[in-house]
Design a protein around this ligand. Structure first.
Ligand code: SF4
Ligand code: SF4
Length: 458
């Protein structure tokens, strides 16, 4: 009678895949892996499982793969790496998990080992190093990119690029559409526009450090200025430390853990000197990374304690505004719906306050979006690396958006905001709907409210 083959422990050799296996054993948190009880509650929440119906593309399946590598039962291969990269990192599985498995951390640990050991071309390595280590952490390079993007729009180059048909030849459809919805970037960020200190108005609610981000401060600098203005109107004194840098989320999600740690240390130093009660984030992706600093630096005695204090102070802008002085909100005549930022909802566990603030704007009708908690497919650079899945998720989301008949589609993260703009364009809804950041909508309402009360006083 034939007997089942015995499960043999993998024997390491010098092949790159087996080196990756060894690397994963060193980076993966074994305790966290064993928390998974394989109940499958996370499966319906997972967009890649819903797309494919395949266990390997589910959180439970990915954890099983990681565990098999960690236990030496399987050597990682291209299919393994592909499953790790196919994951959106949306962490919807974490919110659904009764055992509180920190899937996001396991995913980043796997990607860190992949980044370090998996074979890939020199070109890809060069690109990763350039963007992760030189571009996003450098304020100067970001400013230059902002200036070039502004020139591209204002000079008519973008118009020419699309009208000449060159865009159609060079870019795939989703990138062409993305180019059309890119915001008016600028070389001037929030510090250049408002300075590093904004005094509080009304009763004092404390001192807040504003985290300005990287892309946020180039492509959405106006939103950063509005954030400072809202915090001030809600009674917070605002400081913007100039030495802060990018949060490191893109680096951590891409597997460059060392660089993410480097940026965590720099941010901790920058905000320690600012002596603030809270640190405000207006981008879900950044906020979820900032609260991870204590975990990221847990083994560094010099930083662990300060990282814990830093993490405790992080608040999303909606939490600070909701607990600050009431804002002088004016009327906005619009039907509004809201798309959660996955990292704000699943990482920072903030979903109530943005809805509460939206419902408080006079003149608005709020319509809850079906599956607002499902990822829109933006997921960092996922819409560039996995366009097919990303667009499929986005187009599915827009079907639900249409049902709301909203005038304004509100969200709280720059990536989600761009993806929503893209979705509106793909669905042909440009004439009846706009995508807007929560902060910008609140700021518009405050301006209207302030104008109305000034006129009443005259
Ligand atoms: S992070 Fe998102 S895509 Fe990845 S396994 Fe969890 S739910 Fe699925
Ligand atoms: S819900 Fe949690 S415990 Fe259950 S299979 Fe998914 S990750 Fe594992």
């Amino acid at each position: 009678m034939a007997t089942a083959p015995e499960k043999r422990a993998w024997t390491p050799t010098d092949s790159p895949w087996e080196t990756l296996g060894k690397g994963m054993k060193l980076t993966l948190d074994s305790d966290e892996l064993t928390h998974c009880m394989r109940c499958g509650f996370c499966l319906p929440a997972c967009p890649t499982y819903r797309e494919t119906g395949r266990e390997a593309a589910s959180p439970r399946g990915r954890i099983a793969l990681m565990k098999a590598v960690n236990d030496g039962l399987m050597a990682p291969d291209e299919a393994f790496v592909d499953q790790m990269n196919y994951c959106l990192g949306c962490r919807a599985c974490e919110s659904a998990c009764p055992a509180d498995v920190k899937f996001g951390r396991l995913l980043e640990q796997s990607r860190a080992a992949i980044h370090e050991h998996a074979p890939r071309s020199r070109r890809v390595r060069w690109m990763e190093n350039f963007f992760f280590r030189r571009f996003f952490p450098s304020r100067g390079k970001l400013r230059l990119a902002g200036a070039l993007m502004a020139f591209y729009r204002k000079s008519g180059l973008r118009w020419l690029f699309h009208r000449s048909g060159l865009a159609r030849v060079i870019l795939p459809e989703h990138l062409r559409q993305m180019d059309e919805v890119l915001p008016a970037a600028s070389s001037k960020g929030v510090v250049e526009r408002t300075g590093t200190f904004i005094p509080a108005k009304g009763e004092s609610r404390g001192r807040v450090g504003l985290f300005r981000g990287c892309i946020m401060d180039v492509a959405f600098a106006e939103t950063n200025c509005n954030t400072a203005e809202l915090l001030s109107a809600a009674g917070y004194e605002v400081v913007i430390p100039e030495t802060q840098t990018c949060c490191g989320a893109l680096q951590a999600h891409g597997g460059d853990e060392e660089q993410a740690k480097e940026q965590a240390r720099a941010n901790i130093r920058a905000f320690k000197d600012a002596k603030v009660d809270w640190i405000a984030s207006n981008a879900g992706g950044c906020g979820a990374q900032l609260v991870e600093f204590p975990y990221l630096l847990r083994d560094e005695p010099e930083y662990a304690e300060e990282a814990r204090r830093f993490g405790d102070r992080i608040r999303d802008i909606s939490q600070l505004i909701a607990s600050g002085n009431p804002l002088p909100l004016g009327e906005v005549d619009a039907c509004i719906t809201y798309q959660d930022s996955c990292h704000l909802r699943n990482g920072m566990k903030v979903s109530r306050e943005p809805r509460q603030l939206l419902s408080a704007i006079p003149g608005t009708r709020y319509m809850e979006l079906v599956e607002s908690d499902r990822c829109c497919g933006s997921a960092g650079i996922y819409n560039l690396t996995r366009p097919e899945t990303s667009m499929s998720l986005l187009d599915g989301k827009m079907e639900h958006v249409k049902e709301t008949a909203a005038d304004l589609l509100v969200t709280t993260n720059p990536g989600c905001l761009l993806q929503m703009k893209l979705g509106i364009q793909r669905a042909g809804l440009e004439d009846r709907m706009q995508a807007v950041h929560l902060v910008d909508l609140l700021a518009e309402s405050v301006r209207k409210g302030t104008r109305a009360s000034d006129e009443n006083e005259k």
